[in-house]
Design a protein around this ligand. Structure first.
Ligand code: KMH
Ligand code: ZN
Length: 303
C-alpha cells in the first residue's frame, strides 16, 4: 500500500500579526495574491486566507477586500481556497460569515470553542524576537474572548454546509475535540472531518509533543477513521511540530499567519520560504507532498 501524501496548508497573512512586525507580512491585495501564488508553486495544496484593509493593514472582513485577490489566485493556481471565519475582536458572527458567503470556497475555518487568545509568550522563545507590543494588535488582547459558542458554531455550519463547504476545524485544546464530537453527534458535519490542531496559542494547549500525541489519541478515540488532521505550531513551534506531525500520520500548516520566522532569529522573507522549508523537511523524512487535487480527494472536497 502506498503511503499517504502530506497536505501542506499555507496561512498567508492572518489577523493577528501586524505589518509593523515584519516587512514580509502581506496586506496589499497584490501582495496577498502574489505570496499565495508563490506558496502554491512552492508546494502548498491549500491556501488559508484572510483579507486586510489595504490602507493600514488592519484585518478586514469586507467581501470586497477578499474579491481584490481571490480571482487572481484562482486564475493562477489550482490550490484549494480556504477562507477564514475567525474574524477580528470586534466582528459579529454575521461579519465573520460574510466573506465565505460571498466567495463560497471549497473550505473555511471553523473555530471549535470560546477561549482567551493571545500570541504573547511565544515572543520569549526566540532570543532575537523583537515584539512590538505597543503597535501590536495583540497588545489589546489581554481581555479579549475569542467567542465561538455552540450557537456560533452551529450558525457557521448551517450557513455554509449547504454550499458544500468543508471545514478546517480549529482545535486549540482537547475540549474542542469533545465540542466537535457533540456537533458530529447532532449531525452537523459530514465525515471525513478535517482537524487543525493549533498548539502554542496562549489560551490554548501548549506546543509540546506530548500534547500533540494526546490530541491525536483523543481524536482517534472520538472519531475513529472519520477524520484527517493537520498541525499548526504557533511561533517557534511551527517547523518542529510539522516534522512531528508528519511522522504521526498528519498533515501540516505553515505561513506568516502562524509564525513570522523561518528559523531561530530570522524573519521569513515570504510565505513561500516557509512552504519550501517544510517541504524540504518532509521530503527529507521520506514523505511526498500532495497536489491540490490529491488534497481534494483525501478531504472529500467538492472540487
Ligand atoms: N490564527 C490561527 C491560530 C481562523 O482563521 O479562523 C487559527 C486560524 C483561525 O486560522
Ligand atoms: Zn486564520
Amino acid at each position: 500500500m502506498s503511503r499517504q501524501k502530506t497536505i501542506i496548508t499555507c496561512a498567508i497573512t492572518g489577523a493577528i500579526h501586524t505589518p509593523t512586525m515584519s516587512d514580509a507580512l502581506p496586506y496589499l491585495p497584490d501582495d496577498i495574491a502574489g505570496q499565495a501564488i508563490d506558496a502554491a508553486r512552492a508546494g502548498a495544496a491549500i491556501l488559508h486566507l484572510h483579507a486586510r484593509n489595504p490602507h493600514d493593514g488592519s484585518i478586514s472582513m469586507e467581501p470586497a477586500d477578499f474579491a481584490r485577490f481571490l480571482p487572481v489566485i484562482k486564475q493562477a493556481t489550482s490550490a484549494v481556497v480556504n477562507i477564514s471565519t475567525g474574524g477580528s475582536m470586534t466582528s459579529t458572527i454575521s461579519d465573520r460569515l460574510a466573506p465565505a458567503m460571498a466567495a463560497r470556497p471549497e473550505m473555511c475555518s471553523l473555530n471549535m470553542g470560546s477561549m482567551n487568545f493571545s500570541f504573547h509568550p511565544l515572543a520569549e522563545r526566540y532570543e532575537n524576537w523583537k515584539f512590538d507590543w505597543e503597535k501590536a494588535y495583540v497588545a489589546n488582547s489581554k481581555s479579549y474572548i475569542f467567542r465561538n459558542t455552540f450557537a456560533d458554531i452551529e450558525e457557521v455550519a448551517q450557513t455554509l454546509a449547504p454550499h458544500d463547504v468543508k471545514f478546517e476545524h480549529e482545535i486549540y485544546d482537547v475540549g474542542h475535540l469533545y465540542n466537535l464530537k457533540f456537533c458530529m453527534d447532532t449531525g452537523l458535519f459530514k465525515a471525513p472531518i478535517f482537524l487543525q490542531f493549533v498548539l502554542g496559542i496562549l489560551g490554548g494547549i501548549g506546543a509540546d509533543l506530548d500534547n500533540l500525541v494526546f490530541l491525536k489519541r483523543t481524536a482517534d478515540r472520538l472519531f475513529g477513521d472519520a477524520y484527517r488532521w493537520s498541525v499548526l505550531g504557533a511561533g517557534a513551534a511551527q517547523m518542529p511540530l510539522a516534522a512531528a506531525a508528519v511522522q504521526l500520520g498528519g498533515h501540516v500548516r505553515v505561513g506568516l499567519e502562524d509564525s513570522l520566522y523561518v528559523s531561530r532569529g530570522r524573519l521569513a522573507v515570504s510565505n513561500a520560504e516557509q512552504v519550501a522549508k517544510v517541504r524540504r523537511i518532509l521530503e527529507d523524512l521520506g514523505h511526498d507532498i500532495a497536489t491540490p487535487d490529491e488534497a481534494r480527494t483525501m478531504l472529500g472536497l467538492k472540487g
